[in-house]
Design a protein around this ligand. Structure first.
Ligand code: COS
Length: 380
């Protein structure tokens, strides 16, 4: 089953190039990466291919690709290795591209080349111990001192926090203004007072870190504020609107990988004297998994195409994220069930996707918060 009819020659080229790289360099190690090894050499390879700044123009060292190509690339990386896809997605969609879209010329010159070649990994530091879904209730503070800011606070569940060279941090500059009192900052990890407190033990994606970061009186020049003072919440929302297309693409990659693994298994595994594909309940399960994959792909590419066209896409990215990540979780569950006892074993990839898919329904806006976003668009 093909989707080529929707794609330009260039988009197909990006997809095929990334698929080839993933098959050769990532998928064979996915199981070992999931044991807890950060895939440094894969990140380096992705940087060399232009994948770590995929949507950033060549002039800043990026791949110059459009949003649809970015979604296609994410699907491929996700289908190969959940941990790598989380590193790739957070870096590209939550830091690298935002520096290009919203950074000053000085910030682009200073940070984009390193981000785009993968030598500097980006982390998006919004969530705090007491502020997740309610993103406006941050407590990390940035207090102005002349032409600098003094930053204090703790950030939690930060993807790639341990490896990050640059954090896109959100902090309160004016507490009385609530969401209009938040600002965004670019904090290099070598800043004095920056500390990785610990990395979490989590259910899946063990090859990528999720860390707690402390900012203890970090002094940051005003030139490192991204956007205007008070613009932080709006920037976070716009970045997440875009990031959710990429999480949708990640869910799509997981859902597809579970389908592909299940089709292969159903052809090869025999019960009652025939391959299990010849049992109608198995065939129907595969058909339902394919329906979810195709639905997820259409919704994801639609949101990406709207972004490419410069049209609003906040509702569509939320819709794609809800559908595709629910599809990932359901396909992983069905994939494990279809594999029987083998599905519960580490040896089979469906087990890895089963553990990895859960978090896609939670991060970058829980699917419950996203239903709120969708409802707001419907009702207002
Ligand atoms: N783009 C631009 N601006 C947006 C926006 C968007 N997508 N969504 C909201 N805003 C603006 C609103 O227009 C409003 O502006 P004004 O005050 O000028 O009218 C302002 O932001 C506040 O909007 P709202 O009242 O909807 O904010 P809430 O505090 O109710 O929060 C949700 C809205 C819940 C949608 C937001 O907090 C959210 O997305 N939470 C999830 C955060 C998240 O994804 N965390 C994961 C972090 S990364 S793992």
């Amino acid at each position: 089953m093909q989707d080529n009819g929707f794609l330009s020659e260039e988009q197909k080229m990006v997809r095929d190039m990334v698929r080839d790289f993933c098959e050769r360099e990532i998928a064979p190690q996915a199981s070992e990466i999931d044991e807890g090894r950060f895939p440094a050499e894969v990140v380096k390879g992705m940087g060399e291919l232009g994948l770590m700044g995929l949507t950033v123009p060549d002039a800043y060292g990026g791949g110059g690709a459009d949003p649809v190509s970015m979604a296609l690339a994410t699907e491929e990386v996700a289908a190969a290795c959940p941990s790598t896809s989380a590193i790739f997605a957070a870096h590209n969609s939550l830091v690298c591209e935002p520096v290009y879209r919203f950074g000053s010329e000085g910030q682009k010159e200073k940070y984009l080349y390193g981000l785009a070649d993968g030598s500097c990994i980006g982390a998006f530091a919004l969530t705090e111990p007491g502020a997740g879904s309610d993103a406006a209730s941050l407590t990390t503070s940035a207090v102005r001192e002349g032409d600098a800011y003094r930053i204090n606070g703790v950030k939690r569940f930060i993807t790639s926090g341990k490896q990050a060279g640059l954090c896109l941090l959100f902090a309160v500059t004016d507490r009385a203004m609530r969401h209009k009192g938040l600002s965004a900052f670019l904090v290099p990890s070598e800043a004095v007072g920056f500390e990785v407190v610990r990395s979490e033990e989590k259910m899946g994606m063990h090859g990528c870190s999720i860390s707690e970061l402390r900012f203890d009186a970090v002094e940051l020049p005003e030139a490192n504020r991204m956007g205007d003072e008070g613009q932080g919440f709006e920037l976070a929302m716009r970045i997440l609107d875009s990031g959710r297309i990429i999480v949708a693409a990640q869910g799509l990659g997981f859902a597809r990988a579970c389908l592909d693994a299940s089709v292969a298994y159903a052809r090869e595994r025999e019960t009652f004297g025939v391959p299990i594909k010849d049992h109608q309940p198995v065939a129907w399960k595969l058909a339902d998994m394919a329906v979810r994959v195709h639905g997820a792909r259409l919704l994801t590419l639609k949101a990406a195409r709207l972004k490419e066209a410069g049209a609003p896409y906040s509702a569509e990215s939320a819709i794609a994220k809800v559908f595709a990540t629910d599809a990932a979780q359901r396909n992983a569950e069905e994939g494990v069930q279809l594999h029987g006892g083998n599905g519960y074993m580490r040896e089979y990839p469906v087990e890895r996707f089963y553990r990895a898919s859960k978090v896609t329904q939670i991060y970058e806006g829980t699917n419950e918060i996203l239903r709120q976003v969708i409802a707001k668009h419907l009702l207002n």
